[in-house]
Design a protein around this ligand. Structure first.
Ligand SMILES: [Fe+2]
Length: 129
């Protein structure tokens, strides 16, 4: 589970930042975790607040992770197939099916948005691309 929120300037600006990113220290930590998972044959499911892919043609800035390109490359390198995200408050599934190892970004709705949508995720044991 990754914290993609930006807190540093919230007090001085007076409002919370809407956009998000993976900081370099977190990125390095993720890489170590993914390497360890690879060595142990484990499948990693990433959960984070901001989206790794665009879920809308209109709403992107502030919702899709600022450094999604860099982070996506890392996830693809270590064959991450599933990212669970939120923030955009819609129930939506995106994928990069043009790639060999398909990665999905499943955004969950929010309880603050009516009607309340939810998804049921069935993950088969031993996910394969
Ligand atoms: Fe949010």
């Amino acid at each position: 589970m990754l914290d993609t929120n930006k807190y540093k300037d919230n007090i001085s600006v007076g409002i919370p930042a809407v956009d998000g990113l993976i900081k370099q220290g977190t990125y390095d930590w993720i890489q170590k975790c993914l390497e360890s998972a690879k060595e142990n044959g484990s499948e990693v499911i990433v959960v984070m607040h901001h989206n790794i892919m665009d879920h809308s043609e209109v709403i992107r800035d502030g919702y899709t992770l600022n450094n999604h390109g860099q982070v996506s490359i890392l996830f693809k390198e270590y064959q991450v197939h599933l990212v669970l995200s939120g923030h955009i408050h819609i129930q939506d599934i995106c994928s990069d099916q043009k790639e060999i190892n398909t990665m999905y970004d499943i955004a969950s709705g929010a309880l603050s948005v009516y009607p309340h949508h939810y998804g049921i995720l069935n993950i088969p044991f031993g996910i394969t691309a």
